[in-house]
Design a protein around this ligand. Sequence first.
Ligand code: NAD
Length: 306
Amino acid sequence: MARVLRGDLLAADLCRTVAEGVLQMQGEHGVTPGLAVVLVGQDPASQVYVARKMAKATEIGIRSFEHRLPEDTQEGQLLELIIQLNADPAVHGILVQLPLPSRFRADKVLNAIDPAKDVDGFHPVNVGRLSVGAAGLIPCTPLGCLMLLDEVIQHFRGLKAVVIGKSNIVGKPVALLLLERECTVEVTHIHTRNLPEIVRTADIVVVAAGSPRLVRGDWVKPGAVVIDVGINRITAPDGRSRIVGDVAADEMGHAGVVTPVPGGVGPMTVACLLSNTLRAAQMAHGEGECRQDELSSRRRSKVAAD
Ligand code: NAD
């Protein structure tokens, strides 16, 4: 049987580490890390995500500032709020919940966030830093995937990794992080030919397609590590609504490791957001710059040594 790699447990562990970091910042600098979350409109899924992030932030001692803006907010008003948050020393991290209503230019809004407070890691400056291997804030879901992989893989060098999905939010940054670990990375997408054959070559499969049961058992080589990022709401045969990933989980018995959905990458995304907020606060107070993915492997080494 494949090992089920529980992201909820690792996320709880990471949140404890972040909570300790928050206490340390308060003790050393008299500063409490602050996270501002901006939500425009009434999208039900976004409301749930924002509530979850704010509650977790508060639980571990991060100050959260919630800005709920009505559906008819103008882009200029949102940009004005971002300028204020950029200038506010109590705010170390700014997250604008996506998707924004379609009339907003999301790139313009995200580009307005100070890169030093860009805890989602979507600003072009942070994307550029990631691509050249420099210190910056790394997108939360890809960082969470890497931390999960760090739990089960000691030596990445030379492993073949296949990433399914090429979005700016997940697929591309995951591929960059795996390249930085010196994997041989193949990025695939909806127009890729022979996807099953490509996936069969992989030691590591990261799936972020948004397509339920896309990755079947016979696509996955025995012993491979499979990270399922997908979140899909489906109606099960019993008529109930369920959340499933992009992997046919019941066919993964021969895989080495599989992350579950729910309880896999999702909780890691929230934990990494809080970790990024602490990191942004530390950097604002002059603590040394270091890539978060390096911190992930150092953390793993420390746990192994303890
Ligand atoms: P997206 O729609 O922006 O990108 C999807 C990518 O998958 C595209 O590059 C597309 O070409 C590719 N794709 C789609 N269908 C495919 C197929 N049949 N074969 C091969 N490639 C295919 O989506 P996204 O924002 O990257 O999110 C992907 C999934 O991950 C979604 O289910 C989303 O809900 C989930 N997600 C989860 C978390 C989390 O915290 N767990 C965070 C972000 C996204």
